[in-house]
Design a protein around this ligand. Structure first.
Ligand code: LRH
Length: 489
């Protein structure tokens, strides 16, 4: 079996990267070459909180051009990003910058959706945990249109959604710009709330009941499918050889990350920890029991038809947004120093509910943490080091709790916890998650998402073969995780 190189575009909520992956499965090697990294984040326009899609596209295509300069043998490109957000198109033209999922336009839409389809029924159909920004609620807000206010049924003309002839989630939207093909990759489509949890296909009846135009949804493709060759002007701009393909990967970043968790899925839980902490287990079949619904666990689509049974914990957003708040007057805070100071805090610190919805929107997170503490009669942190420590302890506690719930709800007997993503670099978080769960934590790889993206492409190109277990064996060998043993509390 030949070795080969592919390019992964991995877009997170705070930064994006282009990474080359060289895979030689017979030699047991998997090498990453970081080609480009660029910032990403919300832009507040008059219409609300948006993404700068055009800027992102410029940055990622520049990165891809660098990648082809560095290695002209790149066989394919794969794109993954955060979930749920989308662009609307008409005649191939983008109808404005996509909304950011942290925009607050969805509150009225949630009620409107649940009035038509009660949450219990939604959950039975789509298996998704309630998050106010699930695409289904965003689309209900969209249908209400610019002029209608938030009245039931919206303006009746379908609002912005009625203007569109297609809707593409962010990675699919990039795929469309690159190839001209319009597809909906299944793992990410599973986060819309409009995919049948058992069928893995668009739930046409649900779409109709919610009054959405069925024709805007693109055909479903699976990770490993080709989205087509680069459009000739794009290939020119990237300096790419003719015929280079864009391959569907687990285009939901969390789906790609889970591919690269070097775990034994029958006895492990994973935490994909970046902006969010996605905490759960991998299953063969969805669990949509009342208990799973009440615990707000989701059944998202995984690569190779696996199920990502997990819960969203707020994640390192709590820390990054606090730092952003403290830096608002121009000061620069070194994260490593802040974490070192957090590690040396000796007294007890507040453990707050990291899941509380008040932490979702951008803004004064330290103030909201203090407010939570005041409401719950807990002394609030005072120094920045105490805030950082309180955030880490609260995340570790939420992670440990979600692992316990995942285990009870799914029947997986969890013996180890894998932490992948940026959080794997955070020693205090890994150590405290081990301590608070009483289980060993295996940390790494940090770039799990890009690795999962690379591996699914490599398999599609014939540079690798086998099941997810075979791919994970390669990850374990190339990126041996670091182990944290639990200590007494
Ligand atoms: C993580 C993530 C997560 C989603 C959220 C919108 O980046 O994709 O899985 O719930 O962003």
């Amino acid at each position: 079996q030949a070795a080969g190189t592919v390019a992964a575009v991995d877009l997170g909520a705070t930064s994006g990267r282009v990474i080359l992956g060289r895979v030689d499965q017979s030699a047991g090697t998997l090498e990453l070459d970081h080609v480009a990294r660029f910032p990403n984040g919300p832009v507040r326009l008059a219409s609300g909180l948006h993404w700068d899609f055009t800027g992102l596209y410029r940055d990622l295509t520049r990165g891809l051009a660098d990648a082809f300069r560095r290695d002209p043998s790149v066989a394919s490109i794969g794109i993954d990003s955060w979930a749920v957000d989308y662009g609307l198109l008409r005649g191939g033209r983008l109808l404005g910058e996509p909304f950011h999922y942290r925009d607050d336009r969805n509150a009225a839409a949630v009620e409107r959706v649940h009035r038509r389809v009660p949450f219990e029924e939604l959950y039975r159909r789509n298996g998704l945990q309630f998050l106010p920004f699930n695409t289904v609620y965003q689309l209900a807000a969209e249908s209400a249109g610019p002029d209608s206010g938030a009245g039931d049924g919206g303006s009746g003309d379908g609002g912005w959604l009625g203007l569109a002839d297609s809707l593409l989630l962010v990675p699919d939207l990039i795929g469309f710009q690159l190839t001209g093909g319009r597809f909906a990759e299944r793992t990410n489509a599973s986060t819309t709330g409009l995919l049948g949890v058992h069928s893995g296909e668009w739930d046409d009846e649900l779409i109709e009941r919610l009054g959405f135009p069925a024709s805007v949804f693109a055909p479903i493709v699976a990770p490993g499918d080709s989205l087509g060759a680069l459009r000739p002007p794009v290939a020119d701009e990237l300096g790419a050889p003719a015929g280079v393909e864009v391959v569907a990967v687990g285009s939901h970043d969390t789906a790609s990350a889970v591919v690269a968790v070097p775990m034994e899925a029958s006895s492990a839980a994973y935490i994909s920890c970046g902006t969010w902490g996605l905490v759960g287990v991998e299953l063969e079949h969805p669990v949509t029991s009342d208990a799973a619904r009440e615990a707000n666990f989701t059944n998202e689509g995984g690569v190779d038809g696996r199920v990502r049974f997990l819960h969203n914990v707020m994640g390192l957003w709590l820390l990054s947004e606090s730092v952003r708040w403290w830096e608002r007057d121009g000061e620069t805070i070194e994260l490593a120093e802040l974490l070192a100071a957090a590690a040396s805090v000796t007294g007890p610190v507040a453990v707050f509910d990291a899941d509380d919805a008040r932490f979702l929107a951008p803004g004064d997170l330290p103030g909201r943490i203090a407010e939570w503490c005041a409401e719950h009669g807990v002394p609030a942190p005072r120094t920045r080091a105490e805030f950082a420590r309180s955030i880490i302890e609260s995340l570790a506690e939420a992670f440990a709790g979600a692992v316990r719930q995942a285990s009870v709800l799914s029947g997986v007997d969890v013996e180890t916890i894998h932490i992948v993503g940026g959080g794997a670099l955070n020693e205090l978080l890994c150590r405290r998650t081990a301590d608070r769960s009483g289980l060993p934590v295996l940390a790494g790889p940090v770039e799990a998402t890009a690795i999962g993206n690379v591996l699914v492409q490599a398999r599609a190109q014939g540079f690798a073969s086998g099941s997810l277990e075979d791919l994970r064996a390669l990850v374990a060998r190339a990126f041996p995780p670091r182990r944290y043993e639990p200590r007494a509390r």
